[in-house]
Ligand binder design. Structure first.
Ligand code: SF4
Length: 325
């Protein structure tokens, strides 16, 4: 098996809730709360869950665009959690992110060639002429004619802007790319083109992806393994086939039951979850999913289940599987 390129260990990110004239901290939003997983070289790990479950904060904290409250991130064998800002900047060259909204993530006052070259410039990669030559090559690779490099972001469509975002990430020759809802804002037809482009680039450049999405059909298409997140915690991780064929956690079962099936003759029983996702500022005691769980037992409201391996490579955090620990 490939070795882990990224190891996330007990990662925690709390945001303070401040109130009053003196801005006193009166509580904490527990956005990411003791999350651990590995991402192996060359794979796509899908990270899925409802909005607000902590997926994006997990990616930002791994990249230290948000400082972790606790925990460890090991990238390419190095613990990056304690790196000084300057060293972290160097390390970040190998870890890029593509955001959901390609418009707001591209500076509207900059030409596309300068947006893509900016990272190369700050890392002293290539000289001026070579940089723009490289920009042309990257644009061509992501499906944009290089002659458009002098244009501004507003002169491109949403799909093209996302292609520019991908070219910008590729410019630094990263090992891993975090795709944060990278296709969610796009039309369905454009979405599949961008997903296929990402898959092709992965093969060509031996890339590793952490692919964040709330849409399970996208996750199913692109991922090798899938981690399911609920209210700041990972509740299940498995390879794609096991997760979709035999989901173990009741939350995963509910998510999968809501995915539309293309065959109109096949009627799938949908599990409708009751209530809304509780606030991460005041998560339920015990299993965080218990107020909405259709299989909850007495123990669930008191004791937090641990993420344990119940089958080779299939981890779940649920008391239903306690005896199999
Ligand atoms: Fe449901 Fe209990 Fe499992 Fe939580 S631990 S998912 S409440 S059965």
């Amino acid at each position: 098996m490939a070795k882990p390129l990224l190891q996330v260990r007990h990662l925690v990110k709390y945001f303070p809730i401040k109130k009053g004239v003196f801005r006193r901290t009166v509580g904490w939003v527990k956005a990411v709360d003791d999350v651990s997983f590995d991402v192996y070289e060359g794979e796509t790990l899908g990270l899925v869950g409802e909005s607000g479950c902590g997926k994006t904060t997990t990616a930002l904290t791994i990249l230290r665009l948000e400082e972790p409250t606790k925990g460890q991130v090991i990238f390419d064998g190095k613990d990056i959690t304690k790196l000084k800002r300057r060293d972290m900047r160097k390390m970040r060259k190998g870890m890029q992110i593509i955001f959901q909204d390609p418009y707001s993530s591209l500076d509207p006052r900059m030409k596309v060639k300068d947006i893509i070259a900016e990272g190369m410039l700050s890392h002293n990669m290539l000289n001026g002429h070579e940089r723009y030559k490289r920009v042309g090559e990257l644009l061509e690779r992501v499906g944009i004619p290089p002659k458009y490099m002098d244009r501004f972001p507003h002169e491109f469509s949403g799909g093209q802007r996302q292609r520019v975002g991908i070219a910008r990430a590729l410019a630094l020759e990263p090992k891993i790319i975090m795709c944060d809802e990278a296709v969610s804002a796009l039309d369905v037809s454009i979405r599949s083109q961008i997903i296929n482009l990402l898959k092709d680039l992965q093969n060509e450049f031996k890339l590793t992806y952490l692919f964040i999405a709330h849409d399970l059909s996208v996750i199913k298409y692109i991922s090798d393994r899938v981690a399911v997140m609920y209210l700041g915690k990972i509740v299940e991780i498995a390879d794609k086939k096991s997760l979709f064929d035999e989901p173990l956690h009741p939350y995963t079962q509910a998510l999968i039951s809501a995915v539309p099936v293309p065959n109109p003759d096949y009627k799938k029983k949908r599990i409708v979850l009751q209530g809304d996702v509780p606030s991460p500022a005041d998560p339920p005691k015990g299993c965080r999913f218990h107020p909405r769980c259709f299989k909850a037992m007495d123990i669930c409201s008191n004791v937090e289940p641990k993420l344990v391996e119940v089958k080779p490579g299939h981890f779940v955090a649920c008391h239903l599987y306690d005896s199999k620990e």
